[in-house]
Design a protein around this ligand. Structure first.
Ligand SMILES: NC(=O)c1ccc[n+]([C@@H]2O[C@H](COP(=O)([O-])OP(=O)(O)OC[C@H]3O[C@@H](n4cnc5c(N)ncnc54)[C@H](O)[C@@H]3O)[C@@H](O)[C@H]2O)c1
Length: 328
């Protein structure tokens, strides 16, 4: 069965979604929209899409449209996504779902009114090493996860070059735009986060009005502890995860092999697949459209909202200097 899909927002990541739809024989890309006529026209021409527009309503009114990707700037998700949901069109909205928990809730409510699927682009669930560590956690191979951390540091963040990427008002801040990924991974593997302590500062990067360095510590339900160290001031770059369970420790990146050590402390490298995470996410979204409900491990709106609640707690903690409870 073919599924009529469209993409709203034809920038860097919009093209990632178009590639994903093009790679799945079930998807028929019937239209693209972008506020920039040139971006919409070029995407339509590059991907052989029969309809392009700068008018989102015109796109959403295409007869037979079943599903859309919303790949517009972070602050616009709250306006664009409910337009699709109101028409009962299933939506895969890029991360972060919104810039606040309140807006995320409005988006979830809009989708539930028409029973449309609302999925969030927490794409790292589909990154082969992350999926393998999740499998190890669920199968018992890791034992009880007691500690986990991520370091994500570098200076080459693509959003710094985007028109909307230098203001907290449009980007949501460094932690909100980037660490929504890592927080989703840690929650997915280790369970809910109940408390957050954070320090954030703007120390080095010029022309932005948000933090360029952040440290966050997490308490998980059941008592496990975690940490994220994030910055955009590290010229060498560094990005890796470690998860420690009672039976095994794993070290991994978002692609490539994972390193595992058990109680004997011998380190073993295990290969993972070279599947493209964005394509796998689109495939799972199409599975969900066919099923009429979210198919695991695709993140639904509530997962997006819970991750945002952790982020809100982190920003509150950075202000108050106190450990903050996660509330949604
Ligand atoms: N999952 C990931 O790994 C990942 C990576 C990059 C970006 N993203 C997310 O994808 C989204 C887009 O990021 P990007 O890097 O592609 O940005 P971009 O600036 O390259 O592209 C955004 C496009 O949306 C268009 N646009 C702006 N407002 C619009 C509106 N209201 N309606 C229709 N089109 C509009 C712009 O003209 C632009 O072409 C963001 O939410 C971002 O956080 C996710």
């Amino acid at each position: 069965m073919s599924i009529n899909v469209a993409v709203i927002g034809c920038g860097g990541m919009g093209r990632g979604h178009l590639n994903g739809y093009q790679a799945d024989p079930r998807a028929r890309i019937v239209g693209v929209a972008d506020l920039s006529e040139e971006a919409a026209r070029k995407a339509a021409s590059d991907y052989g899409v029969p309809f392009h527009t700068t008018d989102i309503n015109a796109l959403l009114d295409l007869p037979g449209l079943q599903a859309v990707s919303v790949v517009t700037p972070n602050h616009t998700h709250i306006d664009v996504t409910p337009m699709a949901a109101a028409r009962g069109i299933h939506t895969l909205c890029e991360k972060p779902l919104a810039l606040s928990v309140e807006d995320a809730r409005k988006m979830i409510d809009a989708a539930s009114r028409t029973k449309a699927i609302l999925a969030v682009g927490h794409v790292l669930r589909f990154a082969p090493p992350v999926a393998e560590v999740f499998r190890m956690a669920r199968s018992g191979e890791l034992g009880r996860v007691v500690n986990s951390y991520v370091l994500r540091m570098g200076t080459a963040s693509a959003f710094l070059a985007l028109s909307w990427g230098r203001e907290a008002r449009t980007l949501g801040g460094l932690v909100r735009t980037l660490n929504c990924h890592e927080i989703d991974v840690l929650r997915w593997i280790s369970g809910e986060i109940t408390h957050v302590g954070a320090e954030m500062a703007h120390l080095m990067v010029e022309g932005i009005d948000y933090e360029d360095v952040a440290w966050m510590t997490f308490t998980f339900e059941g008592g496990a502890l975690g940490l994220i160290g994030q910055n955009i001031v590290h010229y060498l770059g560094n990005h890796y995860y470690e998860v420690m369970g009672t039976e095994a420790t794993v070290r991994f990146r978002t692609s490539g092999p994972i390193t595992v050590a058990g109680r004997d402390r011998k380190s073993v490298e295990r290969p993972t697949s070279d599947k493209v995470a964005v394509h796998e996410q689109i495939r799972c979204f199409l599975d969900s459209v066919e099923a009429g409900q979210i198919v695991a491990p695709l993140a639904d709106g509530m997962e997006g909202l819970k991750g945002l609640a952790v982020i809100d707690a982190a920003y509150r903690s950075a202000e108050t200097g106190m450990k903050e409870r996660v509330v949604w």
